[in-house]
Design a protein around this ligand. Sequence first.
Ligand code: 856
Length: 300
Amino acid sequence: MQLHPHTSRRGTGRLAGLTAALAAVVGLSTLTGPGAHAADNPYERGPAPTESSIEALRGPYAVSQTSVSRLSATGFGGGTIYYPTTTADGTFGAVAISPGYTALESSISWLGPRLASQGFVVFTIDTNTTLDQPGSRGDQLLAALDYLTQRSSVRNRVDSSRLGVMGHSMGGGGSLEAAKTRPSLQAAIPLTPWNLDKTWPELRTPTLIFGADGDSIAPVSSHAEPFYTNLPSSLDRAYLELNNATHFTPNSSDTTIAKYSVSWLKRFIDNDTRYEQFLCPLPRPSLTIEESRGNCPHTS
Ligand code: 856
């Protein structure tokens, strides 16, 4: 039966409604003042997102960059920090990104301005040597985050409690290693990851794994897929397999990688549930997505 609009279910309904209305009228304006940002989430940054805003080549923040020389770095090989130019929006969450085997920072540098312009401090790094293995790349991602939050020129722009890791191939394997070592990390995004270790039951970090359907260097059947399957089923986790893609798809500007990476970082580093709509329900197979797996809705 449909309740008449003016019929309350409980005797207190009318009073509760009046109290809510009064709170709405006097609460926000008198308690927090006009113009104050009364958001429930102190980590929310930037305007409400749309499909086109997360797909755009650049987000709402102008980006500056500063290089970190190899000699000034300890525990990694230096790199480039991309960060929102403004100091008017408080601190930002941050993410360190490792390249893959034999590769340089330049192979993943497109992600720097792409992610920073959405409101993150992004540190694309070189590794100590291009032949370092995933365990070492994980340690180097953590050393880079420590440098970023403790010694870098932008340290006061970074919220050291809201950090994440990404990486390509052996760097993606390294991002899993970093999350295993440091469970306080808020997000991990391995891109066509490679690792001899297939099991990750120790992870407590929300993890989005990208695979590529045509990957013959880290075939999804022996890398990305078992990594996903062997994360805890209780974890906020997702697997997106790129369609018509190769192991090297993450080495150049890619809108599918960008839009879901931005959404994952926003959702779990910034706790920004405005981005949940792009992650859940899971994207359907399309011209760009071969397959998707994950838990929805998210729980953390
Ligand atoms: C681009 C990882 C046996 O392992 C391999 O052959 C292999 C090759 C390349 C990569 C990788 O990280 O590629 C990224 O350099 C494993």
